[in-house]
Structure formats: structure tokens, C-alpha cells
Write a protein of this length. Sequence first.
Length: 367
Amino acid sequence: MKRNTVKRNVSLALGAVLVFGAVPVYAADAVTVNLNGSQMEFDVNPVIENSRTLVPFRKIFEALDCAVSYTKENGAQVVTANRGNQWITLEIGKNEITVDGETKKLDVAPKIVNGRTLVPLRAISEGLDCTVDWSADTKTVDIQKKQGQYAVSSAHISKNITDDKGNILITIAFEYPVIENKDNNAFITAVNEQYKKDAEAAISEAEAEFKDSAAAVLASEGKNYHPMVFTRSFEVSLNQDNLLSITQLDYANTYGAHPNTLKSSKTFNLAENKALTLSEVLGKNAADTDSYVKEKFDAYVKETVGELLEYYQQNSEKALSAVNFCLTEDALVLYYNPYDILPYAAGSPEVKVPYADTTIKLALSES
């Protein structure tokens, strides 16, 4: 993917001192900040405080492909950045950073220098999955973004299904992924359109299949009725080296014995503009892939839920094609949904396959 980087040394005057309250902040001595090997420049010089380098927030966030905002909330000055489904929040003067809902302590708080908001470089970069190295000899900060990453944002569709009297029978709230497409790639466009069409179709199917039964339950339950619920969400388990693995989670509560959550995954090689099949990932033909999957889950059932072996044996052959897979940073994950090969109480059985046994080669150790 194309990345915008800015190229020039950042040279700072030695010994310059800036004072904010009682905390001294010193200009850095000939510090160079490199992003993926290219030098960055800033309109306000970075500073060093407590051995931490602080840089202008907008420049670093935008270089790391984030949308940024600066707001004042109840007297607090808040910086917010997001890239796809990743979010970072900082408050000026507060030694905290919140990354995707998790708050961590900072050695140095964000601050305002010469009218510019400066933020701690390492905390920001690592919060966005970058590696950061510091060379004391050359006074150089090297930031490396994971290569082949695509920002994935969320789109939403919500709908209430009602009867003729306006009573809500079914509530639907769907979230589906939208893959960044700066270069108008036709394959990514098609993938995004398909995710949207699938969501719209699932909503129509839920209405067609359950509206009448929901109305019947309402007539029976009266004021005790709670609308049926359908939700869809997603999670990204791998986003690197042009490999993107996305799992959708569909939840349904339809007044059955229990709610159901079903997972389904798609994995894309965006360098080659295609969706990967399990056979491609394993490097096997279809028949050998089925045999491999059965062998793995035969062992899984015997080792973990041996008492369900008979149930499994009755269902495994017909369920071979129902196997799902996703990629993570650690392994290929094979999984089934509840009821596919085991009873509901057994959950969603999964088997992890090391990448050494697949065709997938990831540069994770350098990330």
C-alpha cells in the first residue's frame, strides 16, 4: 500500500529549555525520527522529557494513517485518533493513554509547546502496532509499521421490525467491515460491496423467517414480550503482509432453548486480490484437506471430550465441509460452530495449526 511519509532530518538546538508549570522540558539534541526508513519533519521541534521523546500529535498520527480530532470536554483537552477499528485517546497534562478501551500509564503526559500539542512518540507508535527502536549513539528513533496492513472500519445497519400497531417484534443491529481502498482496487470494492449485500440479505431473511413467529409470541406473552434480537459484529484476527482475516459473529435470540452465536470467517490475500481457501492455506487438494481436518478433530475430540465421541462420529463425516478457518498472528485456526460436530454444550471446537504446517509465511518476528 502507499504510505505518506515526510522526509527530512529533525535537528534541534542543544540546551534549549522550555518550561511548563514546574516540569522542565528540554529540546532534543539532533534527534532524527525515521518512519519505515524515511526521515520525518515537524513544524514544532520534538522535545525530550524524562528520556521520552514528544512530537506534534497531528503529524505522527496522520503519518500512521489515523484520522485525528482535538476537542475540549468539561475543561479537559482531549486528543482522539482512530485507524479503522483501532482507537487512541489522550488528555493533555494527564499521564494516561487509552488504546482500544484499555487505559495505561504514561511516563510523560501530552503537553502544549509553542501552541502545538505534543504526544509521547513511543506510546503512540506501539499503540498502533509499530515497533520503536532508539539509538543513543546516533540519537535516532526508528519506527516500523507492520507491512501490508489495511485499515478496517465499521459500517452499521439497524432496523426494528414492527407489527401493524407499531409494537416492536424484532430488533436488528448489524456491523460489518469496510476495508480501506485508497487506490480504488476493484477486488476490495467487490469485497466491501459483498459484505454490505450479505448484511442486507441477512436482515431481510430474519424478517421473512421470524416476523410471524414473533407476532405469535407477542400475542401469547403480552406485556412480558421482549423483541427477538439479531446482531452481527466482526473481529480482525490477522492484518499483516497483505493477509487480512475477518470473522463475523452472528447472534440470535428467537425465544428458542437458548440464544445462538455463529461464526464465519473470510481470509484475503490482498496482494493477489483473492479470497483464500483452506486447501490453498494447507497446500493440499480437496480430498487431502478433508482427511487432514478429520484427523485433527478426531484427535481433538478424543483428547478433550471423549465422552462425546459417539455423537461426533455420527456427525463428523457430513460436517467436514462446514469447517471454518481464520488466521491469527500465531497460527491457522480451524473451527466448527455449535451443533456442527458436537452438542451445543461443547461450544465451538477449534484446533490450532502451526504456520510451519501451512503455506503461510509471516514476517511477524520483525513486527
